[in-house]
Design a protein around this ligand. Structure first.
Ligand code: NAG
Ligand code: NAG
Ligand code: NAG
Ligand code: NAG
Ligand code: NAG
Ligand code: NAG
Ligand code: NAG
Length: 423
């Protein structure tokens, strides 16, 4: 008897409030709003859209199609559509608008091919931005593919091809240190245009364009990738990640021989030190400005089989796989990293290249854009682009211009976040 009365009254409450089905109490209105009079290019998401009205559904990203947060279907929140064309999506209004400053701009600069573009290195004394161009997935080794350079002394900046001497096959990570470009390469074949090249760390002198290998093996084994590389400025040691992507992308003729890992390399002695082997696919790597924290991105959600019999060139994306940024403490002398902790789960695709701004904001490339995260792991804002962003670099006198690159495009952001001065 009691049971019947109870269910009847629930039914009548629901019936008397039809809205309750689509808009439960707790939904903030509007969810998204135009923010700051930037002509729709900056929008604010209230309360992180923590409660969405029903029915909402975000389709799962695959290798063919990527569904950003902005692609979530939210039937009963028309304001969600404002996300579609915004260049900047602010989640923390006060700090986000301060990060953007008075005149934030996103501009599409150059259309480029549908292959990965990475390893951006800004050489301040030349005001030039160097970046790589990887061979298409499963391409035969063939000839060396030219890298790219953006001349920022021209107005507007110009893009041209760049080949150091001798050429470097498939640079994937890069950093400037002490007048030199350090490039980490990610391809290895026994015959590229008649020469053998294995995955290596190189220096390139941008004044002469001469390249020199400084590391090409771990006690005889080929590295798997040398993805991203950064420098610990007090010692000049290079920290680099070694995931498995060249095998998945058909950019090597040999299956992985080493576990995926993150290393430190001391260029004075030639010694390589394992610093972490707990990340499935370690990718981007960056130090905080005080050098006390190291961030490493994990893109294990994008992976494949390393079994030699499976063969190169097979890769899959798994939304429930690992796609987080981890933070580590850096020991006083810069030799070891400890206290690994989960820092941030990428809202889109996988976290790729990463840098830490002078203010301590962690900026990470993921999918079609950049996330700006505070040192506690709180998302402050996102830059949305119409090309994938694999990596990015701060440039300019004030280091508050950012160049973004990936597949199909190079674009530029101007805002009030400043990059660390390369040294
Ligand atoms: C604002 O956006 C509209 C539509 O995209 C455009 O026509 C207009 O020129 C923009 N105004 C400014 C000041 O940028
Ligand atoms: C979400 O959208 C996808 C793609 O349209 C669809 O296949 C799936 O059934 C939807 N799921 C829900 C719970 O609405
Ligand atoms: C996601 O939204 C953007 C912006 O409207 C659009 O260009 C893109 O095609 C959408 N992605 C998918 C997979 O539908
Ligand atoms: C730019 O950021 C700094 C903090 O780094 C802040 O003091 C300043 O107010 C910001 N500028 C604007 C226009 O918001
Ligand atoms: C090095 O390459 C740059 C960019 O292509 C070019 O402008 C410069 O002349 C080259 N320098 C030398 C010494 O060849
Ligand atoms: C996706 O990842 C999850 C968690 O790592 C795993 O359990 C699952 O088997 C994976 N699915 C595929 C299709 O690889
Ligand atoms: C991105 O948008 C710009 C206009 O802002 C357009 O010129 C460019 O072709 C677009 N690129 C891609 C890859 O869709």
């Amino acid at each position: 008897m009691m049971k019947t009365i109870f269910s009847l009254s629930v039914a009548s409450i629901l019936a008397s409030n039809a809205l309750a089905q689509s808009k439960p109490p707790g939904v903030t209105t509007p969810i998204v709003e135009d923010c700051g009079g930037f002509n729709g290019s900056v929008v604010c998401v209230n309360r992180y859209a923590a409660v969405l009205p029903y029915h909402f559904n975000r389709s799962i990203t695959t290798l063919e199609k990527e569904y950003d947060f902005r692609n979530t279907s939210v039937t009963n929140a028309p304001s969600f559509d404002l996300l579609q064309d915004a260049n900047f999506v602010v989640f923390d209004k006060e700090r986000g608008l301060e990060c953007l400053g008075d005149s934030p701009r996103w501009e599409f600069m150059f259309p480029i091919g549908d292959s990965v573009h990475e390893a951006p290195v800004y050489v301040p004394e030349l005001n030039m931005l160097y970046m790589s161009q990887l061979p298409p997935v499963n391409a035969a080794p063939g000839d060396y593919i030219a890298q790219l350079v953006v001349n920022l002394n021209q107005t507007p900046p110009t893009l041209s091809e760049y080949l150091p001497d001798p050429p470097i096959f498939a640079p994937n990570g890069g950093v400037y240190h002490d007048g030199l470009i350090y490039w980490a390469s990610s391809g290895g074949f026994d015959d590229i245009d008649g020469t053998e090249q294995r995955i290596s760390l190189y220096t390139v002198d941008p004044h002469t364009n001469k390249s020199t290998a400084i590391l090409n093996n771990y006690y005889g084994f080929y590295f798997n990738n040398l993805d991203d590389v950064t420098v610990y400025p007090p010692t000049g040691d290079l920290f680099f990640t070694d995931p498995d992507y060249p095998w998945f992308n058909g950019r090597v003729d040999t299956a992985p021989q080493l576990p995926t890992a993150t290393y430190r390399f001391d260029p004075r002695t030639g010694a390589t030190f394992l610093v972490d082997d707990t990340i499935q696919q370690p990718n981007g790597i960056a130090f905080s400005p005080d050098g006390k924290t190291l961030y490493v991105t994990e893109s294990g959600a994008l992976t494949g089989s390393i079994a030699p019999e499976v063969g190169p060139g097979t890769k899959h994306y798994n939304t429930t796989g690992r796609r987080s940024i981890y933070a580590f403490d850096v020991e006083e002398d810069g030799t070891r990293i400890t206290n690994k902790r989960s820092f941030y789960l990428a809202q889109n695709y996988i976290p790729d290249g990463i840098k830490v701004s002078r203010e301590g904001f962690v900026v990470a490339a993921s999918g079609h854009g950049l996330d700006v995260i505070d040192p506690k792991g709180q998302l402050i804002l996102r830059v949305q682009t119409n090309h994938t962003v694999s990596n990015f670099q701060f440039t300019g006198d004030e280091f508050n211009t950012v160049w973004l690159m990936g597949n199909k495009g190079i674009s530029r952001v101007q805002w009030n976040i400043t990059g660390q001065v390369p040294r």
